[in-house]
Ligand binder design. Structure first.
Ligand code: HEC
Ligand code: HEC
Length: 204
């Protein structure tokens, strides 16, 4: 009886595995990402601040954002067409490739980074801005399974633009409005400062 049960369990598991997509394959992902390199860089470190760096980003987050662009939940006239032709397997492979790359860390404006560090680590009590550290981690590594993106080293101009987009309600891809709530009462100065701090933040 016991053997029968275990046998049934194994065949059920095998069935589930064959219907789900395979885990991302970084080597296949590298080939599939050649068309992305022009903007995001061959190793996922982009040269221009309008294009986010993807190096070291979590596979789960990359997949979720590509789906958001496909479904129009996240909108950008440059990026949205790039996501259109990708299958779920393509997204997982590409995500696995970028996750393996190492993010280059930028420099920060020291004066702004001091305020930025306060906001990042402690939030702003008066305006109920939560500490970013709670979800994105002390070193800006985020958490893949939880859907919290890595931020460390990201271009300050890109980070600032995303914070503004959440604040204005132009970006609505965040589950339960987590980011829209976080930045609701954040000042532009605080956003610029935290973006500077993040650009110089090391992920371990
Ligand atoms: C012509 C330039 C261009 C190309 C080519 C391009 N992207 Fe993008 N990508 C962008 C821009 C611009 C953004 C930022 C969009 C925004 O501001 O919302 C972006 C954002 C993204 C994001 C979200 C990153 C984040 O931190 O939230 C992902 C993931 C992404 N691109 C993946 C890809 C993949 C995969 C490819 C190739 C199949 C690709 N991109 C090709 C310009 C490009
Ligand atoms: C309660 C958890 C939580 C807190 C607190 C939080 N974030 Fe986020 N953050 C998220 C989630 C979830 C996402 C992904 C949203 C999505 O899927 O579009 C995100 C996305 C972002 C992005 C977009 C990243 C990209 O590559 O496009 C930035 C920038 C960001 N957060 C900065 C911050 C800053 C700065 C703070 C502190 C003021 C903060 N976050 C506080 C959960 C949080």
């Amino acid at each position: 009886m016991k053997t029968f049960l275990i046998g049934a369990l194994i065949s059920t598991l095998a069935l589930t595995a064959s219907t789900a997509i395979a885990a991302g394959d970084p080597e296949k992902g590298q080939q599939k990402a050649t068309s992305c390199a022009a903007c995001h860089g061959a190793d996922g470190n982009s040269a221009a601040a309008t294009f986010p760096s993807l190096a070291g980003q979590h596979e789960e987050y990359i997949v979720s954002q590509l789906k958001a662009f496909q479904e129009g939940v996240r909108d950008n006239p440059t990026m949205a067409p790039m996501a259109m032709g990708l299958s779920e397997q393509d997204m997982a492979d590409i995500g696995a490739f970028y996750e393996q790359q190492t993010a280059k860390i930028g420099t920060t404006d020291d004066e702004l980074a001091t305020l930025g560090e306060q906001v990042y680590r402690g939030g702003v009590t008066l305006t109920s801005v939560p500490a970013c550290i709670a979800c994105h981690g002390a070193s800006g590594k985020g958490n893949g399974p939880a859907g919290f993106p890595a931020l460390a080293g990201q271009h300050a101009d890109y980070t600032f633009a995303q914070l503004m987009a959440f604040k204005k309600g132009e970006r609505v891809s965040d589950p339960n409005g987590m980011m829209r709530n976080a930045v609701k009462l954040m000042s532009e100065k605080e956003m610029k400062a935290v973006a500077q701090y993040i650009q110089g933040l090391y992920a371990e």
